[in-house]
Design a binder for this molecule. Sequence first.
Ligand SMILES: Nc1ncnc2c1ncn2[C@@H]1O[C@H](COP(=O)(O)OP(=O)(O)O)[C@@H](O)[C@H]1O
Ligand SMILES: [Mg+2]
Length: 389
Amino acid sequence: MTFNADLAHQIAHEDSPRDKARYFEGRAHEITQFHYGLAASEDRDQAVFRIYQGAPGCGKTSLAAHLAETTQDVVFVKLSDRHLTDFTAMMERIKNAAAQQDGRYAVTAMHWTAAAIERLAGRALAEELQRAAQDHSTDGLRFVLHIDEAHSLGGNALDVLKELHVGGLGEADQVPCVVVLTGLGHTKEQINRHPGLTRAGDSATVNMTAMAERECVDSTWRMLAELNPDGDPSQVWRPLANLAAEAAFGWPRHLLSAQKAICETLLEAHGNALALDHNEINARCAELRAEYYEERMKDVVAPGGDSELAKRIIAQLPKRAVRDSDWQLDEFCERQVRRFWPSDRPLPDIEKTRESLKGNGIVERKDGVWALSIPSMANWAAQQLQGVR
Ligand SMILES: Nc1ncnc2c1ncn2[C@@H]1O[C@H](COP(=O)(O)OP(=O)(O)O)[C@@H](O)[C@H]1O
Ligand SMILES: [Mg+2]
């Protein structure tokens, strides 16, 4: 076997993000929570909610794709805001999605939703549908509805969620249904604001954080095993897998960057892992991490338009235990700004900064205090302020 340069090329130059992580690892707690939800849905008329929330790049989309791929015999349908204008529109989408699937229950799901749509419209079932209902028992039929970017659902979509929360997917003929909601760290808060959803996701919300170092190593090891670069696995691959884990700080999006960096350098070295310069890979990882942070900062409203001040806030936040109310975060931000703000000028609007830090998944509430969603961002901000990259 020789070095798989094609694969290295794909990983290194993949621009558009994939739903599914190539080398998915870990997330045992998240997966267990999902399966509890699936079991609970069996004897409930209402839909069971599972909320997975966390900053961009913590692995929400990958988790959902993993669940879709590994859960046998469920009809898994992705929904977005535009499918949720009302309940019937959602059912239409589920029907169409089921029609394109080839799982064991896809046909049953299609007939069942078609019949439900007729009933919602107050129409009698056509003979064909009646016959289909007789031929296809709904025993064993289960739905999982996945809604990504759930922190920004509009009012109509939240109304539909409320219907699922209160009454489930069917009317007289219920089928088990789990609603998986993924979004930024304030997803649950946002959903609970909607009347009728104030308790949705209670005890069923998972805050997604870093992966374990071991999992980052294992993920990279699997990549190396497929790439098969020259060099002894235990002597040469092992240190590379460790390097990726260190450069990732447990953050899935950084892990992807580290794996890309390894592929880039392997391609340059024609697959000879012995010839790699680890310092060079580390530098490339830092560069990719910085790009990601810059991207995250793009939508943050910096105090008075001064991005350095935003970085000061980020660099300092983990050093203080700032209690997790809005006004305490405002006060903290204001204190940072005041240190560098000319005393003869009125202080800039802090509220907008606070809201954008929350809304873009830079800060989140963790154990009663405000924390950075991606802890390693503080180091980056501090280095930026010192002019080091
Ligand atoms: N469990 C995981 N194991 C390995 N890599 C992962 C895992 N979760 C995410 N990743 C990597 O991190 C990248 C970003 O994850 P993604 O699911 O897109 O994050 P989010 O949806 O939270 O923004 C993925 O493209 C994938 O390469
Ligand atoms: Mg995502």
